[in-house]
Design a protein around this ligand. Structure first.
Ligand code: SAM
Length: 233
């Protein structure tokens, strides 16, 4: 079946469209057809998303929609949606709204009774959780820990959590976070440090927090990371 055969006229509204987290092939046929069919694509960074659209020969006009202009652009976008436009919202990678812009627009659209359709697709937390080997039937996703204010309190509250915990982390904070977690959770708590999912240097380190600290002291953290931590037994 070709993409052309699965194209159907789009219902007016806002489409939340997940995009690849590394490997450009990780995008659904439906995501591609919706990107092709919407009137405009709202992109977190139009330069980043231009590469994806070019790769799939999609020429839909793009408009920047990111944390620095979302409040300013919100009213105009809502009016266009109310006027019957179809819009696709994408972020640089993964699912908009998941540690990325999108929630503000989505909530406002729903408030105004504009149809919202979130397509299923890539996000870093689910493959990291599943391939961590830690229980994935129940989990909590905390996104990025607070950088300063409230950080220690959050870590302490998570120490008692019985479900598997999923966190996003940047390379330059990884060692500090692992150390703080070891202090609060105990250094023997199980962790999976999942790096560069779907990319060339994908790595899945599994072990106790203390061995993760030793590993990343020897191997300078580079790239994107998801931390999956076993719940309190
Ligand atoms: N919206 C995205 C999603 O659905 O996963 C998350 C965007 S957030 C700004 C970026 C963070 O997601 C990174 O710092 C990292 O923690 C995680 N991430 C994104 N892509 C990843 C990848 N390929 N491998 C590991 N972690 C990734």
């Amino acid at each position: 079946m070709s993409i052309a055969q699965i194209q159907k006229p789009l219902e007016a509204g806002l489409y939340i469209i997940p995009t690849p987290i590394g490997n450009l092939a990780d995008i659904t046929l439906r995501a591609l057809t919706v990107l092709q069919q919407v009137d405009v694509v709202l992109a977190e960074d139009t330069r980043v998303s231009a590469k994806l659209l070019k790769h799939y020969e999609i020429n839909t006009p793009m408009m920047g929609f990111h944390m620095h202009n979302e409040h300013r652009k919100l009213g105009g976008i809502i009016r266009e949606l109310q006027g019957g436009k179809t819009m696709g919202l994408i972020s640089d990678a993964g699912t908009p709204g998941i540690s990325d812009p999108g929630f503000l627009l989505l909530r406002e659209a729903l408030k105004e009774e504009i149809p919202v359709f979130c397509l299923p697709g890539p996000t870093a937390l689910i493959p990291a959780l599943v391939q961590s080997g830690l229980p994935c039937d129940r989990f909590v996703f905390e996104g990025f820990l607070p950088p300063k204010k409230g950080r220690q309190k959050k870590i302490e509250s998570l120490a008692e959590e019985a479900r598997t915990i999923v966190l996003y982390e940047s390379p330059h904070k990884l060692e500090k976070t692992l150390t703080q977690l070891a202090v609060a959770f105990g250094e023997d708590r199980e962790v999976a440090v999942v790096r560069e999912l779907t990319k060339l240097f994908e790595e899945n380190f599994r072990g106790a927090l203390k061995s993760a600290i030793v590993h990343f002291a020897k191997h300078t953290p580079k790239g994107e990371f998801v931390l999956v931590i076993g719940g309190k037994k």
